[in-house]
Design a protein around this ligand. Sequence first.
Ligand SMILES: NC(=O)c1ccc[n+]([C@@H]2O[C@H](COP(=O)([O-])OP(=O)(O)OC[C@H]3O[C@@H](n4cnc5c(N)ncnc54)[C@H](OP(=O)(O)O)[C@@H]3O)[C@@H](O)[C@H]2O)c1
Length: 307
Amino acid sequence: MNQLGFVAWGDEGWRDDMVTRENGAIAVFGGTGQQGGAVVDALLGRGARVRALVRDPGADRARALGARGVELATVRIDDPGSVVAALEGVGAFYFMTPEANSLEEVEEEVRVGVGLVDAAVAARVPHVVFNSVFGADRETGVPHHDSKHRIEEWLKGTGLRATMVRPAAFMENFATVMAPSVEEGVVVLRLPLPEDVALKLISIRDIGLVAAAVLVGAVDVPGGAVEVVGDELTGAQMAAAFGARVGLPSRYEALPLSVLGNELDRVMFRQFAEGGGRAADFAAVRAIEPSVWGLEEWIRSSGWGEE
Ligand SMILES: NC(=O)c1ccc[n+]([C@@H]2O[C@H](COP(=O)([O-])OP(=O)(O)OC[C@H]3O[C@@H](n4cnc5c(N)ncnc54)[C@H](OP(=O)(O)O)[C@@H]3O)[C@@H](O)[C@H]2O)c1
């Protein structure tokens, strides 16, 4: 029995960690995206009832959620009533905020986040989980992180029960913008990060597992926030992890910040270069999700090097 006093029936029988508020679905904003999608996966894995707040229920990704038993509620951020209606009766509410690549988009991100929080207040949601970012308890000068700080502050000011899930950089970036290459039999990783700096990393799967554990009330989160980090490695260590996977030597090359085309990214990597804030608390994350992946496990699961 969890602190809410409810239990749910799972495949293996009655289990404390498979609980959700009786009659209350768990609402997810962003369920058609990366992090929200991982949250939906993890909630379904726990046997929870999930209601995805989507803008287009006819979109392929929304329909795919529906096919897996997820309720779809159509919301328009510009129509607060639609969001309040979608949150009526839910047991908990998870939201992330869309990516911002310019200062205008940062303001839009804050507008979306604040709008979702206000709707949660109006619908009297018992527990709100905000998918923020590592270090967002304070201002860092990184615009698309300070936006999340502002949303956190807004949420805290409402008096709603709130938990911040603050992920580090996604390991999935190694499949796209941070992809290593194999050059003349050597795995080469190039990032705009000095050689002696360790980057904090997390797999999106684990963001979902952590958020779901919090949403169903399976865990207590001391201080109302958890910084979700699965690994912390220098460039050479990251390159070596990829090299080891395919049995090749590896090399890391630190690039200048000027290779980044976006000013927001340059500010962020400058902050990473300064150490990226405080140290990672791996014990706090593993207390919530013991199976959290390090980079080696993510590489194995991603199939990298097998093509
Ligand atoms: N990349 C990293 O390493 C990293 C690390 C930490 C934090 N973050 C943060 O993570 C966030 C991005 O997360 P993600 O990658 O999971 O996002 P994503 O895959 O791009 O998904 C965005 C989700 O938001 C939904 N959405 C956006 N605007 C909406 C609107 N107006 N109304 C309804 N739904 C809307 C999208 O719905 P549709 O399907 O309808 O588009 C989609 O479900 C950013 O805030 C970023 O700063 C990123």
